[in-house]
Design a binder for this molecule. Structure first.
Ligand SMILES: O=c1[nH]c(=O)c2ncn([C@@H]3O[C@H](COP(=O)(O)OP(=O)(O)OP(=O)(O)O)[C@@H](O)[C@H]3O)c2[nH]1
Ligand SMILES: [Mg+2]
Length: 170
């Protein structure tokens, strides 16, 4: 399957490569069409869909995948949320949501001031570009689950739906 991923972030690219059959994905820098730091499930999901569609519109690949991270406030506490979408040239789109977990208030306060989670996490964990490594989920689970593995889960749900619904339609 010749697949494009709408990000140059290595954790997202590796997650797609790990799941697809031939193991090779084209990575493209495409706009998400939402804020750099999405602030709700809706906005994060839309960012994933926009990225997936933008990849296909570039015309290099038949199938595009968009993965987007964001935050969602529930009862005064911020949770990291993650969404993915897969799109093909015929306009088919499938979606999937991933893990969510709470962030400490000290991080929530910085998010409220308009800072982006990636840099906040790097400062908090004292790890450069932690968003391209284990990510917030790796830090707050003591390494039990890293950001790539979290996206692998989403990509499996995306590719799985794509295959299932292609068969059903045939
Ligand atoms: O360290 C992190 N661990 C995570 O689990 C996580 N989830 C989201 N974010 C941050 O939320 C913003 C939008 O996310 P995002 O989808 O735009 O990702 P990104 O900016 O890292 O990649 P990309 O935009 O180049 O594809 C960015 O500031 C991300 O760093 C995370 N940071
Ligand atoms: Mg980003």
């Amino acid at each position: 399957m010749y697949v494009g991923i709408g990000s140059k972030n290595p954790v997202k690219v590796k997650a797609v490569e790990e799941v697809i059959d031939d193991g090779k994905a084209v990575s493209l820098n495409v706009p998400s069409g939402v804020s750099e730091q999405p602030f709700s499930d809706e906005e994060t999901r839309l960012g994933a869909i926009n990225r997936a569609k933008a990849v296909v519109e570039r015309g290099k690949v038949e199938i595009g995948i968009g993965l987007e991270g964001g935050v969602e406030e529930i009862d005064g506490q911020f949770f990291v949320c993650n969404w993915g979408a897969i799109a093909d040239k015929n306009g088919t789109v499938h979606q999937a949501g991933g893990a969510r977990f709470p962030l400490p208030d000290v991080i929530g306060e910085k998010l409220r001031k308009g800072e982006e989670l990636g840099p906040i996490m790097s400062e908090y964990a004292r790890i450069k570009e932690v968003n391209k490594k284990e990510g917030a989920i790796g830090i707050f689970t003591d390494g039990a689950l890293d950001r790539k593995e979290m996206y692998v889960h989403i990509v499996k749900i995306l590719i799985g739906q794509f295959k299932y619904y292609s068969k059903v339609k045939a």
